[in-house]
Every structure is written in C-alpha cells, then in structure tokens.
Design a protein around this ligand. Structure first.
Ligand code: NI
Length: 168
C-alpha cells in the first residue's frame, strides 16, 4: 500500500497534458493500486486522476456509488478514457483533492458516452448521466491540465470557500 502526495493548486504540474498509456504491464497495475490507495486515504473523494499524484498518463478512477440518488457503474478504473458523445447541460457543485479549500459551480454535459480501457487493456463503453457523468468530465479535465477553477463562469459568484473538506 502506498499513499502518494497529492499535487495542490497552484502547482504548475497540474497544468501538464498527460500521455496515453501504451502498455498494460505490471508497472501499470502497481501504479493503479497506488492511485486507488491514495483516493481511499483521502477525505471521501469520488474520483482521482493520475496527474494529481504526479503521474502524467491518462488514467483515472471514479466511484460515485456511495452517493444517494445517483446512477452508477460502481468503481471504475479507466485507462485512456475518451468522451465520444455529450448531451444536455447542467450546473452542479464540484470539489477536488487538488483544490482542497474551495468548491465551485460548474456547467457540464448531463449525459455522456465514454470509451476507455480497463486496467488489463480490455475496451469498455458506458452511457453515463448525472453526477457520474460530471465526475468523469471533472477527472478527464485533469488529464488535459484543467481544473474546475478554469470552468467557472465567475469566480466571485461560483466559487465557495469551505472549512472542512468533503467531496461535493
Ligand atoms: Ni479534481
């Protein structure tokens, strides 16, 4: 078990583009395990993306199954994820392990289709909606060097300070 350090805004490394995973080898499995250990050690994070621990490859983990009134595919390890369809728009509150002191209101697609690979290289496809679709869009942004802060229409109106971390 290895809990890794989380990069925190304004760390410039969070701005890097991450590269596609090319080999589904034992090293990948080990890094995924460390990423999951880090997610679980944090305060209730529904998702984590590899660049948040300084690993600049296109890997993320989400699990929104603990949230009420949310459709969910359970815990997903997603390698080289790609959104291929977007539908609808909704505003919702987001938090991030890399922005621990704030939450923000962000507009995201309500429904998406996601293509990805699992940790073993098997192709996956999902139709997702609601908070799960939102979580995917948030984590995928990390792979492109973006934070939810970049998606706020207005920092004055859409950014909220918090005292105790709890993933929204
Ligand atoms: Ni985040």
């Amino acid at each position: 078990m290895a809990v890794l350090e989380i990069l925190v805004y304004p760390d410039e490394r969070l701005r890097q583009d991450s590269l596609p995973v090319e080999s589904f080898d034992a090293a990948l499995q080990q890094r995924i395990e460390n990423l999951e250990d880090t997610r679980l050690a944090g305060p209730g994070a529904v998702g984590i993306a590899a660049p948040q621990v300084g690993w600049f490859e296109r890997v993320l983990i989400i699990d929104v199954s603990g949230r009420k009134k949310t459709t969910s595919h359970g815990r997903l390890v997603l390698v080289n994820p790609e959104i291929t369809e977007w539908d609808g728009y909704a505003m919702g509150r987001e938090g991030c392990l890399s922005v621990p002191d704030y939450t923000g209101n962000v507009v995201r697609a309500e429904r998406i289709h996601l293509d990805a690979f699992d940790a073993g290289g098997k192709p996956l496809g999902f139709d997702m909606e609601g908070f799960e679709a939102r979580a995917i869009q948030h984590e995928l942004d990390h792979l492109d060097g973006l934070l939810f802060l970049d998606r706020l229409v207005s920092r004055r109106q859409d950014l909220f300070r918090r005292k105790v971390y709890k993933e929204s």
